[in-house]
Design a protein around this ligand. Structure first.
Ligand code: COI
Length: 379
């Protein structure tokens, strides 16, 4: 069965002006407290994930009268938000995650930014947030990365992680869609997502709590889905696990996702499976890219309903060889063990997982041919 492009894949394939054509859409307000070269270089040591931030941020505002306006790059810093700002009360918010990569020749690239633009708008629609033109999304990335170019690190497993987000900023306590929104992008020079680097992760199969349910917001990238994953994650962390594997809310039997990552299963015959997009799972850009990449290599890669008890039995029998998690932040991370109330199974970090990681990151870092046209030059 061949991979069927989602609407996001199709939207992401539409022509996009070059970075030079988009540059300047977000006007630079120069900071008078930029870090010195030495301070910026120091910040690129021991980066961790999402804990250090660059000098600038992108910002635009939406009102019914003016639409998206005041598109600017401004100094990174705290926001002033009315305590009645509706995001603080009703969570009307969406976000994205993508990366800027430094290639060996010094140039800076992003990976499928139009996919993130399209997904942001899919999330916007579910959260009743106004559409942001894809060109504005990509322009904000171009202008921010050009202002903060020195924060795009070099070195294996590093990148400038970009976090676009939109939130309701109108000061109003009625439950209705807000009349004012802020779009922002912040940038964080980052290494591996997990504290222990790219080591295999230990998963807890969560059967009490679900991250999303039918008709909910599971396929939107919105804070509420992540908030609902936090308590089960705290409980799992306390027991020594890195992440939860969430099951579908309707039957509590099928694999959904990890909360911040999609999940893949590698069979002993080399074929690969991932849970199909039911509306409760985030349509990951990394997920879509891996499916296309495997298919182009002649690997059978399918989107299916994956029952958790069949998965456990398959691992015990040796029909399942490997599992991995994937996402922009986590890239491709091997799953080292799966544990539930009544079982514990260890998994090998296998060759397929290693190859998927290498093939994907080789494209992102310009070390392999970009046959799919996924790279977009930022600077
Ligand atoms: C990403 O992979 O970029 C994500 O947004 C997942 C997580 C860090 C929330």
């Amino acid at each position: 069965m061949s991979y069927e492009f989602t609407q996001l894949d199709k939207d992401a394939a539409a022509p996009m002006p070059s970075a030079d054509e988009l540059a300047g859409t977000f006007e630079l307000n120069k900071s008078d407290h930029e870090r010195t070269e030495a301070e910026a270089a120091a910040l690129l040591q021991d980066m961790g994930f999402g804990v250090k931030f660059s000098d600038y941020m992108a910002h635009a505002t939406w009102t019914a009268e003016k639409g998206w306006h005041d598109k600017r790059i401004e100094p990174y810093g705290p926001l002033s938000l009315d305590p009645a700002g509706s995001v603080l009360h009703y969570g009307q918010e969406v976000f994205e995650g993508l990366k800027a990569y430094r290639h060996e020749d010094g140039s800076v690239w992003s990976f499928r930014p139009a996919y993130n633009a399209a997904r942001l708008n899919k999330s916007n629609r579910r959260l009743a947030i106004p559409h942001l033109p894809h060109e504005d999304f990509v322009a904000s990335i171009v202008d921010l990365v050009r202002a903060d170019e020195r924060y795009v690190p070099t070195g294996e497993g590093t990148s400038l992680y970009l976090r676009p987000f939109i939130f309701a900023s109108e000061a109003f306590l009625g439950v209705r869609s807000a009349a004012r929104f802020e779009y922002m992008v912040i940038a964080s020079p980052s290494g591996a997502y997990f504290e222990h680097g790219f080591q295999p992760i230990r998963l807890w199969v969560e059967r009490e709590y679900h991250r999303a349910g039918p008709g909910g917001m599971g396929d939107a990238k919105t804070g509420g889905n992540y908030a609902s994953s936090l308590l089960p994650k705290v409980v799992a962390h306390d027991k020594g696990y890195d992440e939860c594997l969430f099951l579908d809310a309707a039957t509590n039997t099928n694999l959904d996702e990890l909360g911040g990552m999609n999940v893949f299963v590698v069979m002993a015959d080399g074929s690969v499976k991932t849970p199909k997009l039911t509306g409760n799972i985030l349509p990951g850009g990394t997920r879509s890219s891996i499916l296309q990449l495997l298919e182009s290599q002649g690997v059978k890669a399918t989107e299916e309903t994956i029952a958790y008890d069949e998965l456990v039995a398959g691992i015990e029998k040796g029909d399942v060889a490997e599992m991995f998690a994937c996402g922009t932040a986590a890239v491709v991370t091997s799953i080292g063990s799966l544990t539930g109330e009544d079982f514990h199974i260890e998994l090998e970090m296998g060759e397929v997982t290693k190859k998927v990681y290498k093939d994907l990151t080789d494209i992102q870092l310009g070390r392999a041919e970009d046959k799919f046209g996924w790279l977009y030059r930022l600077a």
